[in-house]
Design a protein around this ligand. Structure first.
Ligand SMILES: [Zn+2]
Length: 160
């Protein structure tokens, strides 16, 4: 069982099995949006015939992908190949999630450019993000992403 440095208070040699750090009483692991045992959590926004998808991985990686259509398992089957951290063409970055304020923030980068996201996890589990695309120089505030499910080995387990 590896010993880690507490993410909250910096105390060293805390067991990663510990639910609470003996120093500060908080979870010593960095916050993740993914349930243990899954590869990533998928969130989706549907608007005007487009589905914007964001996958949040346990290691802090985030991948964003937009596809036309309506969200369904068939559509997910068409995009699942893009949710691959090793894929060079996908728009990806690293997210931070502040568990105290539930703020989420990240930038995704692809060949076309950078997109900045910053927002909050709502009590109902949706994520509201202000999006700024450096590609088209456009700000889109208050985009609501609903939780679509957890994914393991390319299989979507539909969400709440
Ligand atoms: Zn601590």
């Amino acid at each position: 069982m590896p010993l880690i440095t507490c993410y909250e208070c910096g105390r060293e040699n805390v067991s990663d099995n510990e639910a609470k750090c003996p120093g500060c009483g908080e979870n010593p692991l960095p916050p993740s949006l993914v349930k243990a045992g899954y590869d990533y959590a998928l969130y989706a926004n549907e608007n005007a015939g487009l589905v914007k998808c964001i996958g949040f991985y346990a290691d802090g990686t985030v991948i964003a992908q937009t596809i036309s259509g309506r969200f369904s398992l068939e559509l997910f089957a068409r995009i699942t190949k893009w949710f691959n951290k090793g894929h060079e063409a996908v728009s990806k970055g690293q997210y931070s999630h502040n568990v105290k304020t539930d703020n989420v923030c990240f930038s995704t980068v692809s060949e076309s450019g950078t997109v900045d996201y910053s927002g909050i996890i709502n009590p109902d589990g949706t994520i509201m993000l202000d999006i700024y695309s450096h590609i088209v120089k456009k700000k889109t505030p208050g985009v609501i992403y609903r939780f679509a499910g957890y994914v393991k080995n390319g299989q979507l387990e539909a969400g709440k």
